[in-house]
Design a protein around this ligand. Structure first.
Ligand code: PXG
Length: 465
């Protein structure tokens, strides 16, 4: 078997990478100076780097390797499919067995009558598709002026022009002319950062009602859809107050606005149900899926729509699609991934075994002097680091300074834990065992201890005024 194996010393790989490889969401000049980390292989929940370190991957790659690394069944599925039919398109009145089988499987797994699957290769592409679906839907219903999509600040929906516009990431909008027209952003239900004097539930309700306010201000007859992640992932694992989603659902129903649930992170077991919209009782008209659909073993995503939306879109030639929509190898691999999630009961594992154990230990982090809040749902969690436990005030240092210090200690402790500003977040593979959760928490605690000591040493335990 030929594979791209590593015969070079780390320093040489780093120099070659710096010379030729541009990294996403990275200052490449800075990274070139520092030296990139080279990951050479992975198994279960552990990565191995070019220095031989075994690193616990508490981010499941990029929120996607739900079944963990090293599952040969997926490699075999890809191998079989490549030999049988490596590629054919699904344009021009054609289809193939993997796309049929995967679409049927997704229709079975998704709730309600989300029975209709339009394939893409990523979450970004699927959300671009969604922009076109909702606008075409209303145009076909004789209401082309309904083109505005409402999203939230600090949402993440992808990085293309369309999906990056749906997202509410200020640094992304600052580059390259985003957002595109007719995308509107309202406040996020991020109580910790923005809740002020309100209690959590009061704030959740107030945030949801900003949707109604925006609809009335922009004009009910102009709004096509609302899009939201059931739990915001890249925004910092923002678990919404319980009051939030029921009110959003009520408002979407009242004004007949299509609801798009972006399940790219929450889907396929992450929150302890197959989909986040089951955890939060959301009834979406369209669902965005990617990541856990194939556990990242192949790039694939999709827009899944209700029978009603599909019927309306189906009345016209929907002039949209990607060369690799429903790629047979990606579909075959995704099917095998879903079989594993089902046969091995990974959703139940998250709900009944790993999730409850993680929750107990994770919430226990609140006893740490650096932790203001530690929250988790299923297998995604966040820790808000604070200079002073008696308030929610941020650090006096630039946002993210403390987060980076903690992240670097995590790496030293062979743990991949991300920072978003000064929040630390995890989203580990769903297969995480009880023992591995204990190891994870021990490494998190050690990293928090070291961060705290460092902040004391540098006199950085100061709150912003
Ligand atoms: N929706 C959501 C909710 C996502 O989290 C996308 C759409 C876009 O998917 P693609 O496959 O186009 O990347 C995502 C992706 C981070 C990070 O820093 C998160 C994502 C991607 C890259 C980085 O947390 N999420």
């Amino acid at each position: 078997m030929s594979a791209i194996t590593n015969h070079l010393p780390t320093s040489e790989l780093q120099a070659l990478d710096a010379a030729h490889h541009m990294h996403p969401f990275t200052s490449n000049t800075e990274l070139a100076e520092k030296g990139v980390r080279v990951i050479t292989r992975a198994n279960g929940v552990y990565l191995t780097d070019s220095e031989g370190n075994q690193i616990l991957d508490a981010m499941a790659g990029l929120w996607c390797v739900n079944i963990g690394y090293g599952r040969n069944e997926l490699a075999d599925a890809a191998n079989r499919q490549m030999r049988e039919l490596p590629y054919y398109n699904t344009f021009f009145q054609s289809t193939h067995v993997p796309a049929i089988a995967l679409a049927k499987k997704i229709a079975e797994l998704t709730p309600g009558d989300l029975n209709n699957v339009f394939f893409a290769c990523s979450g970004s592409e699927a959300n671009d598709t969604n922009i076109r679906i909702v606008r075409t839907y209303w145009a076909e219903k004789g209401k082309p002026e309904k083109s505005v999509i409402i999203s939230r600040n600090n949402a993440y929906h992808g990085s293309s022009m369309g999906s990056g516009s749906l997202g509410g990431m200020a640094p992304m909008h600052a580059q390259g002319g985003l957002p595109i027209a007719d995308i509107h952003h309202i406040d996020q239900p991020h109580w910790w950062a923005e809740g002020g004097d309100m209690d959590r539930e009061e704030f959740g309700l107030a945030c949801a009602q900003k949707l109604e306010k925006a609809i009335l201000e922009l004009g009910e007859d102009r709004i096509a859809a609302f899009i939201g992640e059931p739990v915001q992932g890249a925004g910092g694992v923002v678990i919404p107050p319980a009051s939030y989603w029921p009110e959003i659902q009520r408002i979407c129903d009242k004004y007949e606005i299509l609801l798009i649930a972006d399940e790219v992170i929450c889907g396929f077991g992450r929150t302890g149900n197959w989909f986040g919209c089951e955890t939060y009782n959301i009834r979406p008209d369209i669902m965005t899926i990617a990541k856990g659909l194939s556990s990242g073993y192949q790039p694939i995503g999709a827009s899944v729509m209700t029978d009603e939306v599909a019927a309306v879109i189906g009345t016209t030639e929907f002039a949209h699609g990607y060369t690799y929509s429903g790629h047979p190898v990606a579909c075959a691999v995704a099917l095998e991934n879903l079989r594993i999630i089902e046969d091995e009961g990974l959703v139940e594992h998250v709900r009944d075994v790993a999730g409850p154990h993680l929750k107990t230990l994770w919430e226990g982090l609140e006893d740490h002097p650096l932790v203001g809040e530690a929250r988790v749902i299923g297998m995604m969690g966040s820790v808000a680091m604070v200079p002073n436990k008696s308030s929610r005030a941020a650090f006096a240092s630039d946002p993210g300074t403390v987060g980076k210090i903690c992240r670097d200690f995590c790496y030293e402790n062979n743990l991949v834990m991300r920072h978003v500003g000064d929040r630390m977040i995890i989203s580990p593979p769903l297969i995480l065992s009880i023992d591995e959760i204990d190891i994870l928490i021990a490494r998190v605690r050690r990293s928090l201890d070291q961060t705290y000591a460092e902040l004391q040493a540098q006199d950085m335990l100061k709150a912003a005024s």
